[in-house]
Design a protein around this ligand. Structure first.
Ligand code: P6P
Length: 298
């Protein structure tokens, strides 16, 4: 089944945005071969923007603007919200155009992440989100989306069509752990959590590309973490562009997204550059980490 057919059950404007991002993903996939990776600018997080970051950001925002369905876009590569004044539509879109792009230089998988709000406010809690999706550019180019009717995966075939690969994905019980951050910077609660996982036989898998690491957790089960660190109490990942869309998807697949204390989707964004400690995966490891941060005896 083609993506466009599968989306027939989804609200028309949201379906159109998912198809639009899917269409632009075909261009991004081709660009890995042609674009250089250097640029001399930084994003609002102080991270060097690769030329590919900025190109993908413009490609997606221009397409969203032309759709006339989107009133506002917040992108990891933009230091303020892009208001689309002439839009007829009311949708809000949050975007990480190319997550993990530094991994392209080493030919590791990278992703495009998007969240969609029916009401155009993009500085909104994730529990108001109406759909989320990501593209994973790996050996296969795959697209995963949820519009509150399950989690579904599509693969780009030889005809350059996204066709259904897995429907109604549920998170399996598994023992992969994907620990971001430097161990020397772990806070005690996180260190105890990681030590407990290792004593239970969890297996470390970490690529440095969130979308790829998330896909591994969704496929095999377990938990991804990018925690609060001694010098970075809010961790590294962004609430709007990474934590919320992926927490939306993992909850639809039966898992959870937490900052170690509370549900990610219930966190009110303070600003578009709001970072959060992130634990995302199965109920069991998430309950465990919340025990440690709540000071419960395990
Ligand atoms: P580190 C990529 O830059 C990213 O935002 C996520 O994709 C990834 O999970 C994380 O940062 C990797 O961070 O500190 O391991 O390089």
């Amino acid at each position: 089944m083609k993506l466009s057919e599968h989306l027939k059950e989804v609200d028309g404007s949201i379906a159109e945005i998912i198809l639009l991002v899917a269409d632009r993903a075909r261009e991004i996939k081709k660009a890995f071969l042609t674009h250089n990776f250097n640029s001399n600018t930084k994003n609002m997080f102080g991270e060097r923007q690769l030329e590919l970051d900025k190109w993908a950001d413009k490609l997606l925002i221009d397409a969203l603007r032309r759709s006339k369905l989107v009133r506002a876009v917040a992108s990891e590569e933009q230091s303020s919200i892009v208001e689309i004044v002439k839009s007829k539509g009311e949708l809000g879109v949050v975007l990480d155009p190319l997550d993990g792009v530094s991994s392209v230089a080493t030919n590791l998988s990278v992703g495009t992440i998007a969240g969609i709000f029916n009401e155009g406010n993009v500085l909104e809690k994730g529990n108001k989100m109406d759909a989320a999706m990501y593209i994973l550019y790996g050996p296969l180019t795959t697209l995963v989306y949820s519009a509150k009717q399950g989690v579904h995966e599509f693969v780009l075939n030889h005809d350059n069509e996204f066709v259904l690969r897995k429907e109604n994905i549920t998170l399996p019980e598994g023992n992969i752990y994907s620990p971001g951050g430097l161990a020397i910077d772990y806070v005690d609660e996180h260190r105890q959590f990681i030590s407990q996982l290792e004593s239970e036989g969890y297996k470390l898998r970490y690529s440095g590309s969130f979308t790829a690491d998330f896909q591994q957790i969704l496929t095999y089960g377990g938990v991804f973490s990018y925690p609060s660190l001694k010098e970075k109490p809010d961790g590294k990942l962004r609430l709007l562009f990474e934590a919320n869309p992926m927490s939306f998807i993992i909850e639809q697949a039966g898992g959870r997204g937490s900052d170690g204390v509370q549900r990610i989707l219930d966190i009110a964004p303070k600003a578009i550059d709001h970072r959060v400690p992130l634990y995302i995966g199965g109920n069991k490891p998430i309950e465990l980490v919340e025990h440690f941060f709540r000071g419960d005896v395990v």
